[in-house]
Design a protein around this ligand. Sequence first.
Ligand SMILES: O=C(O)C(=O)C[C@]1(C(=O)O)C=C[C@@H](O)C=C1
Length: 362
Amino acid sequence: MAEDRLKDLRSELDVINLELLQLLSKRADVVQRIGHLKQTRGVAIFDPEREKQQLDRLVEENPGPFPDSTIRHLFKQIFQASQGLQEEQRKLLVSRQRNHEDTVVTVRGIKIGGGVPIVVGGPCSVETDDQMEKIGQEMQVQGIQLVRGGAFKPRTSPYDFQGLGEKGLRMLRDTARKYGFATVSEIVNPADVEMAIQYVDMIQVGARNMQNFELLKAVGNTRVPVLLKRGLSATIEELIYAAEYIAARGNEQIVLCERGIRTYEKATRNTLDISAVPILKQETHLPVLVDVTHSTGRKDIMLPVAKAALAVGADGIMVEVHPEPQVALSDAKQQLNFAEFDHFMESLRSSGMIPALVTTHG
Ligand SMILES: O=C(O)C(=O)C[C@]1(C(=O)O)C=C[C@@H](O)C=C1
């Protein structure tokens, strides 16, 4: 008989537990909404005054049998857990704290960030069919799986070559299909994103557009991998927030790219912030590439700089290659010709910094 009574009371408790759980979850939901408001208004999470108000009211209404001290203790636990929820909400989606595992971005089956460094190569701008045909052959010889080529060129001078636009993207796509590689190309106008993803496998947000928030939102709305370059004068924190804009729209297929920043130094085109690589790897879970062309602007130091980038943990490097750099319509001085690119790749391979070339016979 006593057995049955115990069972009944326990069943009663089970029901109450579920009700409490429902109420706790309902409370947590409100807490998260408050957390969101606090975040947008820049208000601190911990609010001891508000906690005291609630505790005083609860103690005042306490019907017993729990003593006031127990009620204070129990609710303090709830406040702490609520604070934890709000703090969790504040961690950036791209932060390493939020996701401890490395994100591997897959572009047409090519993995960036999976532990095997990649080389992204190709011309600064897509110019002619002949140029792209030569590029296709050279990229194939060197086993380059992800090829870059600019069609929308944000140039310093409005009188410089601005790129072939959609036609350029089509040429890049056609070469890629013929030679079997994936493509990345820069888009500068949010309105062009939908059109561009018909052609390219990865969208680049260039340095000059790192804080073009409408563009970041537009690429964030797609599920296409994004290569996000650090702005010319952007801090590491600003780059991370730019990536967050993309992630906040649901696209976490983001690769960051250090491409040098503006300093007083004139020996290089920009100053490669090599320490940004391990910092970005530590602070975020995203893969990081280093653009050795734009950071140095000098062919003579590209190889040691590429080695340094890979040595500090970059997931790959980007380098501009052109069949005839001297007649290139953009970046003529800094693009490697094929012989220079062959040497560059061979040196990286023989030093074991990138995988050996897999040759197919027959
Ligand atoms: O009222 C707030 O400001 C909240 O964030 C909610 C809440 C709570 O759980 O009651 C959470 C943390 C604060 O320290 C104070 C109160």
